[in-house]
Design a protein around this ligand. Sequence first.
Ligand SMILES: Cc1cc2nc3c(=O)[nH]c(=O)nc-3n(C[C@H](O)[C@H](O)[C@H](O)COP(=O)(O)OP(=O)(O)OC[C@H]3O[C@@H](n4cnc5c(N)ncnc54)[C@H](O)[C@@H]3O)c2cc1C
Length: 382
Amino acid sequence: MVIVGGGGHGLASAYYLARNFDVGRIAVVEKGWIGGGNTGRNTTIVRSNYLWDEAAHLYEKSLQLWEGLSQELNYNVMFSQRGVMNLGHTLQDMRDIVRRSSANRLNGIDSEVLTPTDIKRRVPAIDIAPSARYPILGASFQPRGGVARHDAVAWGFARAADQLGVDIIQNCEVTGIRQVDGAVTALETSRGLIRTKKVGVVAAGHSSVMAAMAGLRLPIESHPLQALVSEPLKPVLDTVIMSNAVHGYISQSDKGELVVGAGIDAYTSYGQRGSYGIIEGNIAAIVTLFPSFSRVRMLRQWGGIVDVCPDACPIIGKTPVRGLYFNCGWGTGGFKATPGSGWVFAHTLARDEPHSLNAAFSLERFYTGALIDEHGAAGVAH
Ligand SMILES: Cc1cc2nc3c(=O)[nH]c(=O)nc-3n(C[C@H](O)[C@H](O)[C@H](O)COP(=O)(O)OP(=O)(O)OC[C@H]3O[C@@H](n4cnc5c(N)ncnc54)[C@H](O)[C@@H]3O)c2cc1C
């Protein structure tokens, strides 16, 4: 089997394939270097507080795998369960927060609703003044959520997969997918032809490019998504704060940098940059919540390309081409799903049928209309 894409999801898929199934030889082909895509560019927020049962179960499986991942891989992925807070600024925000929090608890997912005083106690630097332009009325809080070290996730899965015999081939770009009678026979790559009957594509922002090679169209748009970090500060923030209303989120890295992000750039692109308007709006949002951060200098900005589905949920499963499978459409929030995505995709590839956790995430939902609308839980909140 060949996995296309050496990001966290591709490497996790290869690892769980080798660990859980007897499928013969496995290769991962990566056009650049492992973890050089969105895996190494994201802001590392991990949580499972999605609204609908299907999504909640999938992300919760992933969170449970995160909780044992450093031991599993024998590699410190620096998973830090410092909690994730989603702020509410209007009465309707608070109604949505209470609804989602209740739905989470019914699914066995930890979730609390906090008052402004609770928030201030946990996050002294935040402004909860009722006179603020966007007054904070409360928040949902998932204590088991948090952050992890993104590069370590790629390296940990890669090393563990390698130890199980997986071939990881970097600087190897897939340029074509050969088929005979509607079935995959080989991949054309920048380093030669690879014959194979089974291909799992996990190429994030380039999913539609890969699909076009097989004559398929996916319901996906590729957009830039930016993030930026500040100069390092002494510890000032020990949880993750998100706000859909002001449109920004923030956490503090182990190095002391404030890690800041917002939503996607509105235009489609494969350029890993993004526009200045987003940065300006993002910083304005953060300063609204934390006026004292207005004097902090920003250090670096970058972008990745995210593959966005109409219902803000991934596509994991078979395609009309026999032997060709896609795992894509994670949009702005796939880092948290890395282990769970690999777990269910490995099952799908090995058994030629979905795992119960990804059955609802097939391509067919765009024909049947059984969409899983997670825009409320995705939004700015990655
Ligand atoms: C700025 C930013 C912030 C984010 N913040 C968060 C967050 O806080 N929490 C969260 O859960 N998610 C977040 N995300 C989303 C998350 O990063 C992605 O959903 C996730 O990393 C996707 O993982 P992946 O392994 O599929 O993708 P990638 O790491 O992008 O891996 C795909 C790989 O495929 C390779 N590839 C593409 N085409 C080919 C080809 N033709 N041949 C061979 N290889 C190919 C690429 O080079 C790439 O390495 C963020 C994303 C960005 C950009």
